[in-house]
Write a protein that binds this ligand. Sequence first.
Ligand code: ASP
Ligand code: MG
Length: 420
Amino acid sequence: MQVFKFGGASVKDASGVVNLGAIVSAHKDHALLIVVSAMGKTTNLLEQLVRNHVDGSETATHLLEETKHYHHTIIEELFPDKDHPVHNEVANRFVEIEWILEEPPMDPYDYLYDQIVAVGELVSTTIVSHYLQAIGLKSRWLDARDYILTDNTHREGRVDWQVTASRIQAQLPQLLESQLLVTQGFIGSTSENFTTTLGREGSDYSAAIFAACLGAESLTIWKDVPGVLNADPKWFDQTELIPELSYLDAIELTYYGATVIHPKTIKPLQNKNIPLFVKSFIDLENGGTQIKGTHESLPVPSFIFKVNQVLVSILPKDFSFIVEDNLSDIFSRFHAHKIKVNMMHNSAVSFSVSIDDTGSNVDALLGDLQSRYDVHHQNGLELITIRYYNQQTIDRVLVEKEIIMELKDSYTCQLLVRKL
Ligand code: ASP
Ligand code: MG
């Protein structure tokens, strides 16, 4: 059997769903489980809705209307018959948000977030599953929350692999014999049946969980790019498609910030030696990228760009050395503010890191660190990571840039730079 994952961009409008139908039809001889994200920018809209609800703003209701309207436009185009059950089912999914908005926001933010934002995936899969049936494919909608068990870390649920695997293995292989299965990415549930989410862009990870637990032949992630490129076309005009990539290089690239696949996707696949295909849902003839167990290194150097970086330099107030106990104290403060370090460097008396400028939690972190250390920071920087670098690739990215901090190992070079 195979697992296909379709992201929000692939189902952003009615023609996207039609295209998904064509891709799935072309593979209908395979046992197939399909994992789908929320449509288009729905997750961003619902995130905004949660924020407004918690702030007590009326806009929350408007955003809900906007989200409903967006989905209604899609279903009206796909199912012109007003009596088709999809209309009611989708309306019912949104009722869950209406109920939440009727009450004052008493629950913790992250909990509320998961209950509201998950509706995006519940709706998209309802539409996709009905559409597949309408074009004559036997398909069944599954609630991913019946299978993916997480702890109760809302917005970043940690998967209980043992229970998840046993639930999936107990039921899905048999169901797959007679029909396509359609389920949600991104969501799971706690042992008390509260909805959780797995972190933004987590649908790739969901697809990898299902693929690993089912021992799938392969996982295919259908994207709006031809596959894994050696740089994001947003930053580079001459990008190259990487036809084959090792699990190790894929993990390294996503760790340093390549956004083509979610960083957590690779490990479950690598553990079961399941190949991952990244393919274009637009250009179906293009072979895309295959990620697999190989010792071959990347055929071309790869570039990862992260803008909006803040360099934070931390020095003990009494000019003493940076030693293990400072480091563990510093890291626990980063952890408490949920801030991920993108690059780090230490000298005898200072410790410097580059982090994403995410606004208020960075300010809170700086305030917290200042209670114990001398802290300096610089905003507006750019972090460039080159995997399989050489001098020529370094020169290429340094045009009109000044290096603020530089780190190199045998394969990877990180340059924190400022535009001149
Ligand atoms: N819909 C979720 C998000 O946009 C999950 C995903 O797309 O992978 O973050
Ligand atoms: Mg998405």
